[in-house]
Design a protein around this ligand. Structure first.
Ligand SMILES: *Cc1c(COP(=O)(O)O)cnc(C)c1O
Length: 414
């Protein structure tokens, strides 16, 4: 943190800021989610302060020069640093077990920065095929325009990752569980394949969050987040984060983000700080609720995918990597889009919404919403069928969610 030292006596500072990494890194993640990164001002406020400021004033011209030269700690401009944003960055880094983290304005800003900051024309990247629609647009459409070739593989197939490596392969990129098919990538195996070939692995960990799964423990190099999802957790703000080593963040990522400006607003950072305080409670309860709902749906629809169900094709691997199943369930109906849309329209409690990670239960039809921008072939290859629906299970009483599905499924003949 560069934000320490806002007044107070020397003896009081430690108590006020509490930011000794030899202590905070020893805390367990649920504690870090509440206290990690907190840097108090001289007022000693208990809840993190919100610094809505774009600039900073200096005591003298020499101080300004020293800060710009990197010789004096402190803030210069909120595109580069902000005290509230830095608190969130430190909190996420601690939870992730990463040396450092930087926050971005959205999950896609984080994914874009994590890729573009280290790829150049002539490089090659390998990506898992089941992915968030916009992530596929990055790998399939944007990067090739700048001379970066990509190979898309079935992320579940370890040999496919290995076979896709070329002399110029720079990076592996995947999410696990993947959106929306809940494919699981064997992180230990795939990260080892990458390491052996000198390739950097970037993992999109939005579904699991650091509380259910920490990719760095399995050999990943960079972890990127949409903090819009479980980290905020109440459907309020967009935010993203990139975690990695100090060297990666300082020498590779920062030049890109400071000059291109995908900066997170301090207000949104503050909202996510508040969200993280309840992340452990929410993700465990929502994962339990999701398991109950998934068990119910399994008896009523042709196919249910949920990592914590033994029927998930990669159940054992998922449960080795994750401490709970997460909040997302995908179901497949035989009646194509009409039946899928019919089910959505018959729901009373569960909202039709393409967001996830919310405390509300939300359901969407990926083929006509989140993945509509992809070609029909890419959708088919990813397993995004016309009869597929994706459900985010919230914090409501799961019995109310189950009753809602019971009625809606009857309405479409199931
Ligand atoms: C939502 C999401 C993103 C994009 O995040 P935004 O905050 O919406 O920009 C990227 N990856 C995954 C897996 C997501 O679920």
């Amino acid at each position: 943190m560069t934000g320490l030292g806002w007044g107070g006596k020397a003896g009081a500072m430690k108590k006020l800021t509490g930011q000794d990494r030899s202590i905070t890194t020893r805390w367990r993640p649920a504690t870090q989610a509440i206290r990690g990164g907190t840097a108090r001002s001289h007022y000693g406020e208990t809840s993190e302060a919100l610094f809505l400021t774009s600039g900073y004033a200096y005591d003298c011209a020499g101080d300004a020069a020293a800060r710009f030269a990197g010789e004096q700690k402190g803030m210069t401009y909120s595109r580069l640093q902000n005290p509230t944003v830095e608190m969130l960055e430190e909190r996420i880094a601690l939870m992730e077990g990463a040396e450092a983290a930087r926050c971005m304005a959205s999950g896609m800003a984080a994914m874009t920065a994590a890729l573009l900051c280290q790829l150049s024309a002539g490089d090659h990247l390998v990506a898992g095929r089941a992915a968030f629609g916009s992530c596929r647009w990055l790998t399939d459409t944007l990067l090739p325009r700048f001379g970066v070739e990509s190979t898309i593989v079935d992320g579940r197939d370890n040999d496919a990752w290995k076979a896709a490596i070329r002399p110029n392969t720079k990076l592996f990129f995947f999410e696990t569980p993947a959106n929306p098919t809940l494919d699981i990538v064997d992180m230990e195996a795939v990260c080892r394949i990458a390491r052996d070939a000198g390739i950097v692995t970037v993992v999109d960990n939005a579904f699991a969050t650091p509380l259910l799964q920490r990719p760095l423990d399995y050999g990943a190099d960079v972890v990127a987040y949409s903090a819009t999802k479980m980290m905020d957790g109440q459907g309020r703000v967009l935010a993203g984060a990139v975690c990695g080593t100090e060297a990666f963040i300082n020498n590779t990522l920062l030049a890109f983000t400071r000059n291109t400006g995908p900066t997170l607003s301090p207000f949104n950072a503050w909202v996510v700080l508040k969200g993280l305080e309840t992340l452990d409670l929410r993700i465990r309860r929502q994962s339990e609720n999701a398991l109950q709902v998934a068990r119910f749906l399994e008896g009523r629809v042709p196919r249910v995918l949920f990592p914590a169900l033994p029927s998930h094709p990669q159940h054992e691997l998922a449960m080795k990597q994750m401490s709970a199943g997460g909040t997302i369930i995908s179901i497949y109906l035989d009646g194509g889009r009409p039946q899928a849309h019919g089910l959505l329209d018959a729901l009373e409690l569960v909202d039709i919404s393409n967001n996830i990670g919310d405390s509300r239960s939300l359901m969407t039809h990926p083929a006509s919403t989140t993945h509509a921008g992809l070609s029909a072939e890419v959708r088919a290859e990813m397993g995004v069928e016309e009869g597929m629906l994706r459900l985010n299970v919230g914090l409501e009483d799961p019995l109310d969610v189950i009753e809602d599905f019971d009625k809606a499924l009857r309405a479409v003949g199931l």
